[in-house]
Design a protein around this ligand. Structure first.
Ligand code: NAD
Length: 491
């Protein structure tokens, strides 16, 4: 396994757990030293135990000596990074090609070379050319086997995949791949989908682009919910119960980030552009998502009354999603930047991501827990829904914050719960009529427990129809506890 990062290390550990003998190679000496000492260089639930048991069983080893690892192998997987190329955003294939050269020089017998890294269509052809050049006498078959695991659930995803895509037209190579993945077929119908190499390469990008589109779609629907007075979580449920649509990836939030979606969608657009076949839906998705991250910063500022100057904002969760320490393209980065640009001081806490976050963030005070971050803050912003942020003591937050405002970008907390604790809640895709629709009312306290959706709608309609005249809201609506200011209608 060439490359022992999030994908290589998990794949290597799982293959060894299947019973294969695996050597994980990395040119990063520090990573190999850590792994040899039994320390995981990344955070991934269950990985440490899986690695330890397979090292003990002598099925898994680590080295920086690529030639030695390759010489003995029946199959060599390439799992090195394919980041965005600086300048044009296409996939940077220099690591893949460099690995292919090194592998080619180390080959001594017929071997299957498997690209697990996410690579644009046609990369397999280039890897084949490189091998033919450096190892002309060796029969090396190049296979595409893209990886679909998700960080945070990587081991389960690898061991119980929805499908394994194997792209090759060579029957001998297929047989080797069948053997490698055989344990997956013991208790279930084989999840392996054999395709041509180019098709396999495209499947990976098409899958990621589709998921990015799905997330972005529900994010835009969330914005619409906020303006017209609907509930995005219910919309998502209502459409997700349709089997043709499915409930997953319909959670509205601050926009997708991570090591895959942002770079893979852009790389796919480059491939499409080069082929003169534009993908308009993916283009729109990339644009909408990019704007959304900073827009979340503006949302926080609006919730604080329109200004961030001299305000203290506590950010809970920095990683792009829970259960990983991966900070690549995390929405928190753009949100924090937008808030800092507007003059806010930032305090931040993340259960696993702070080491990776520190080099990426300037002038941020990192704290030891959520409450320390919230102490004296003008807003607490829940950015990443780690489990430990799902049961925060809201009464305590309301007590220790300077202003009792919770901006919940993951819709973890129901409005009633926040209201009971005396917290003003701003969430995603919920009709927050107080903030969004009745700007002229300076104070409107309502009894959330009695406030049904129907009543919310009626209240909004009444305010909308009031044509600027002051209305005796209090008498009209028994659940309105206090009104100050005028009840001018929304625009
Ligand atoms: P990563 O940066 O965590 O790991 C890559 C590793 O490869 C690094 O440790 C690096 O030192 C090593 N490396 C680079 N060149 C090498 C060489 N010549 N010899 C030995 N080691 C070398 O990257 P990652 O997140 O594991 O991603 C790897 C690939 O898998 C990418 O193409 C990515 O798009 C894809 N992928 C990632 C995920 C994910 O969730 N992270 C999921 C599916 C697919």
């Amino acid at each position: 396994m060439i490359g022992s990062g999030y994908v290589g290390l998990v794949s290597g550990a799982c293959f060894s757990d299947f019973g294969h003998e695996v050597v994980c190679v990395d040119k990063d000496q520090r990573k190999i030293d850590l792994l040899k000492a039994g320390t995981m260089p990344i955070y991934e639930p269950g990985l440490s135990e899986l690695v330890a048991s397979n090292v003990k069983a002598r099925r898994l080893a680590f080295t920086d000596d690529l030639p030695a690892a390759v010489a003995d192998a029946d199959a060599v997987f390439i799992a090195v990074g394919t980041p965005s190329r600086r300048g044009d955003g296409h996939a940077d294939l220099s690591y893949v090609f460099a690995a292919a050269e090194e592998i080619g020089r180390a080959l001594v017998k017929p071997t299957v070379i498997v690209t697990k890294s996410t690579v644009p269509v046609g990369t397999g052809d280039e890897v084949e050319r490189i091998l033919a050049r450096v190892a002309p006498d060796i029969d090396a078959k190049v296979v595409s086997n893209p990886e679909f695991l998700r960080e945070g659930a990587a081991i389960n995803d690898f061991k119980r995949p929805d499908r394994v895509v194997v792209g090759t037209d060579d029957e001998a190579a297929r047989q080797v791949m069948r053997e490698i993945y055989r344990p997956l077929s013991l208790n279930q119908a084989s999840p392996i989908l054999f395709t041509s190499r180019r098709t396999a390469e495209l499947i990976k990008y098409a899958a990621n682009a589709f998921l990015a589109v799905k997330i972005t779609f529900i994010n835009e629907i969330a914005d619409l919910c906020e303006t017209i007075g609907a509930e995005v979580q219910q919309v998502a449920k209502g459409i997700g119960m349709d089997n043709r649509i499915g409930a997953k990836f319909l959670h509205a939030g601050p926009g997708y980030g991570g090591s895959c979606f942002p770079k893979d969608t852009v790389a796919l657009l480059k491939t499409a552009g080069d082929a003169d076949t534009p993908l308009r839906i993916v283009e729109a998705t990339v644009q909408v998502n990019e704007n959304r991250k900073r827009a979340m910063g503006r949302k926080v500022i609006k919730a604080m009354g329109g200004s961030a100057r001299d305000k203290v904002v506590a950010i809970l969760g920095l990683t792009f999603k829970p259960n990983t320490d991966d900070m690549r393209e995390a929405p928190s980065l753009a949100i924090i930047q937008a808030l800092q640009d507007a003059g806010a001081a930032i305090r931040a806490y993340d259960p696993e991501g702070m080491e990776q976050a520190k080099p990426l963030l300037e002038h941020v005070e990192f704290t030891e827990n959520a409450y320390q971050a919230a102490e004296g803050a003008d807003a607490v912003v829940l950015v990443t829904e780690w489990d430990e942020f799902r049961a925060l003591d809201l009464n305590r937050l309301a007590r220790i914050q300077r202003a009792p405002l919770l901006v919940d970008l993951r819709n973890v907390y129901p409005p009633e719960e926040a209201a009971r604790a005396g917290l003003k809640l701003v969430s995603i895709g919920r009709a927050d009529f107080i903030l969004n629709h009745v700007p002229a009312i300076s104070t409107l306290r309502v009894d959330y427990e009695k406030l049904s959706e129907e009543i919310t709608t009626r209240l909004f309609e009444r305010l909308g129809n009031s044509n600027g005249r002051k209305r005796p809201l209090r008498r009209l609506f028994p659940y309105v506890l206090e009104v100050r200011g005028s009840s001018a209608p929304p625009r």
